[in-house]
Design a protein around this ligand. Structure first.
Ligand SMILES: *Cc1c(COP(=O)(O)O)cnc(C)c1O
Length: 355
């Protein structure tokens, strides 16, 4: 209840609710889009190499080695790269640095539910733009006065991809405000917009190492844009915390970008597992949206989604269900490894035949 010591802003906040991280170990955990495969062994080695007396020293406040590794990977300049403590932190800085304008921020009615939370924190007005009936994003609907535009691409929790051509169509016409592509899942089925950054000074691309690089526990995210936008993020960061990335995170993240073979192999495995999972879910009577991500968004044609999620949980399989208009009959299911997917499908098979 109301605590007299709270600042007024705390009373007004509606915090984000992350997917559950259950303490039980025997669960098939398909609720938070973690990678079923471990990170590169070179990441683990690099982190172990940092475990020394050097921990008494602060890390590099600019994480220059990491910015260079990311710049090398994408063929860009380090001055075009910003890094932070997970892309959630990077996004928070983006909202604070680039979206606090008189005109409202635009984002889809169904998207990453952290966006309205940041708006609440920073007092940013926003307008949600409805997705089409098939949950695709209609880019022309964003041609209206705005103080910024953000969407996840592929979108979450739908998995639907917006083409680079559509994004560029918008960038050609929306030049007065910053457009952010939150590419948390791009490596599972899309093409990054980083190639467009040199041509559009108002484009910012955010990515994370949590999903395709299997490092959700390390907390590393990044943004790529022209140096002017990056400088805005650095100004916020250096007014907030000089060392958002610790020594272990910097060393591990550098190794993650260097080990291209591991990245490619695990990413392709997830993509292959997704195809198998989608076919099996369709077989069980689900309508599955086309997914370019490491999760699928599926609606059973006969069964209530909340009831299915509860029945799966009884069988130790955890998926995500959102009690939200338009999508309350959908389940968001992370693509697991073949064993996890088989366990999910076996549980669903039982639930659906039990009536
Ligand atoms: C997972 C996710 C993030 C956050 O990633 P972290 O780097 O783990 O903070 C950001 N945006 C979207 C759309 C995500 O799904």
């Amino acid at each position: 209840m109301a605590n007299p010591y709270w600042s007024p802003v705390v009373h007004r906040l509606t915090p984000y609710v992350p997917g559950e991280q259950p303490k039980l170990s025997n669960l098939v955990k398909l609720n938070t889009n973690e990678n079923p495969y471990g990170p590169s062994p070179r990441v683990v080695e690099a982190i172990q190499g940092e475990l020394s007396d050097a921990l008494r020293l602060y890390p590099d406040p600019n994480a220059e080695r990491l910015k260079q590794a990311i710049a090398d990977y994408y063929g860009i300049m380090p001055a075009q790269v910003f890094v932070g403590n997970g892309s959630d932190e990077v996004l928070a800085f983006i909202f604070q640095a680039l979206f606090q304008h008189p005109a409202p921020l635009l984002f889809p009615d169904i998207t990453y539910s952290f966006y309205p939370v940041y708006c609440g924190l920073y007092g940013i007005e926003y307008v949600t733009v409805p997705l089409a009936d098939d949950f695709t994003l209609r880019i022309a609907d964003y041609l209206r006065p705005n103080g910024g535009i953000i969407f996840a691409n592929p979108n979450a929790p739908t998995g639907c991809l917006l083409s680079l051509a559509d994004l560029e169509w918008l960038l050609e016409r929306n030049r007065e405000s910053v457009v952010v592509a939150d590419e948390a899942y791009i490596d599972f089925g899309g093409e990054t917009a980083i190639a467009l950054v040199d041509r559009y000074p108002n484009l910012l691309v955010a990515q994370t190492l949590s999903k395709s690089r299997s490092l959700a526990g390390l907390r590393v995210g990044l943004a790529v844009g022209q140096a002017g936008l990056i400088e805005a993020l650095e100004r916020i960061k250096n007014s907030f915390n000089s060392y958002p990335l610790d020594r272990l995170a910097i060393a591990g993240a550098v190794a993650a970008f260097e080990d291209r073979e591991h990245f490619e192999r695990t990413r392709q495995a997830v993509i292959a597992n997704r195809a198998t999972l989608v076919a099996a879910l369709a077989e069980l009577g689900f309508n599955v949206l086309p997914s370019a991500a490491n999760f699928v968004f599926a609606c059973h044609l006969q069964r209530d989604a909340a009831a299915l999620a509860a029945a799966l949980r009884e069988r130790h399989v955890i998926v995500r269900h959102f009690r939200q208009p338009r999508i309350e009959q959908f389940l968001r299911i992370t693509v697991g490894n073949p064993e996890q997917n088989a366990a999910l499908l076996a549980a669903l098979g039982q639930i659906l035949t039990d009536g």
